[in-house]
Every structure is written in structure tokens, then in C-alpha cells.
Design a protein around this ligand. Sequence first.
Ligand code: ZN
Length: 284
Amino acid sequence: MVAVRRRAVLPVVATFILLAGCQPDGQVAPAATTPVTPVAPVTTSSPTGTPSPPPPPSTSSSSAKPPSSGIVVVLDPGHNGANAKNPAEINRLVPAGRGQTKACNTTGTSTNAGYPEHAFTFDVAKRVGAELEANGIKVVYTRDNDSGVGPCVDKRAEIGNAANATAVVSIHGDGSNSAGAHGFHVETSSPPLNAEQGAPTTKLATVLRDGIRAKGFTTANYIGQNGLFPRPDLGGLNLSTRPAALIECGNMRDAADAATMSSADGRQRYADAIAAAIETYVGA
Ligand code: ZN
């Protein structure tokens, strides 16, 4: 659904109204969050009643770290693969915060060659999640496949809230047709509607911006300031009661950004940068 997502990007002051097409969405992914249950030590006695010797040291060869205590990261891949074929469901209005309603979800953008944003966001999110889980962080996804509808933006926020997420990170790609527009930026709810949308969210966005930039990605030259874009109009961010930020990884209409976003190697680079930044934020 290219038309809805298309953005007129200049002047910057007026852009937040026109940018409404890019919102968090997806489907719940509970299966990926099963924690590893450690095996309890066995304290059996011998048949003669004499105490058993202490159990031998664990010989487990697992390289996975145990879950970091209490750290939960919610990853929210934007849009979903079947959104475009379900306009009635996607266009129904849902609460979006600040007394507003917005469409449940949108279809997202694509590269000029047709690589869709929903596929990009899902692939990057899964790569990020795999890295976090390998470092013992519990990961909850807002959707667990790329062939469903939604979930709506309010439901996505609810998933992060219900998980009591340490951080909620939405992953998107932008779709500006402004000539030369390229680079990534990080969006937050502003003005903040609760304490978590204040300093914690600003810190999350800043750590993400710094971490992604440190891995060689360029901040956007067409929107926001210095890679950050606080805005009042995204329902998924407005409704979050946890630290939450949305990354627009690049402009899918820009040839260079599209080349990176369309390649598995490029998506892994994004994932490496995002995962490292999230780990910095959560202190893992
Ligand atoms: Zn999007």
C-alpha cells in the first residue's frame, strides 16, 4: 500500500501529521519466549539410607547464558504480511492516545523494487531477538510470523505493557520520496504521557541512536534532528507505559538504503547494531 505510506517530508515542522502512515503493528509471538528451565539438583538417598555423595559439577555444554533476571525486551516488527489484503480490519479505528483514534495498522512501504517493509521489519526483529536470547535476555515479539494481520497499534502497546518490558523497540523502514532522503532515525512519544515516556524513553532512543550510528549507519538527513524524532501521533508509542522507541532503519525509497535493507548481510548489520544498543540500555 504505497500510496498511504508515501510521505511528503518537507518542511520538517509539518511532517508529523503526514507521517502518520508508519505505525507499529504485527502479531503476537509467544512461542519464542519459552525460558530455559534449569534442572534442579537431585537429592536422592541411597537404598541403604546413607547420604548420597554431592552431585558432580554440571557438565552441560550449552553455551547459552541463563536468562538475565527480570529483563524482558519486547520487539515490535512493523506492519504485517496480510495487512494489504484485509483493509477493513486494518482500517478500523482504535485508540491511539491523546484522545485520538487511528487506523488499527497500515501496510507499510517497500523499496522501489518491491521488497516490502513488513518483511524487512520481521527479519530484522528475529535477528535482533536471536542475539538478545543468546545473551540470556527474554524476548517477546508482537507478532510471530509475517503472514498475518495486525495486531493493531493499541494491542502492540498492550503487549509491551503486559510484559512489563524493560524496553520496547519497534522496527520499521521509512518511505520518503524526497530526493536524496536517506538514513535512520529513532522516534519517541512526545510530549511524554507518563513517567516511562520521559527520561527512560529518551535514554533508550539516545542509546539506540548512538549505537546504530557507531556501527556505521548514517542518521536521517530529511527528518528529525540528529537521528531523533520525538512526535505526538504514533499510537503504539503513546499508549506505552514502558520505555519505548521506534526505529526507522532507513529510507526504503533511497537506492543505497534500499540496497542495504534488501540484503541479508545488511539486515544482519542492522540487527547487530540494534541488539548491541538494546543490551547497553538494559545493562545486559
Ligand atoms: Zn512502518
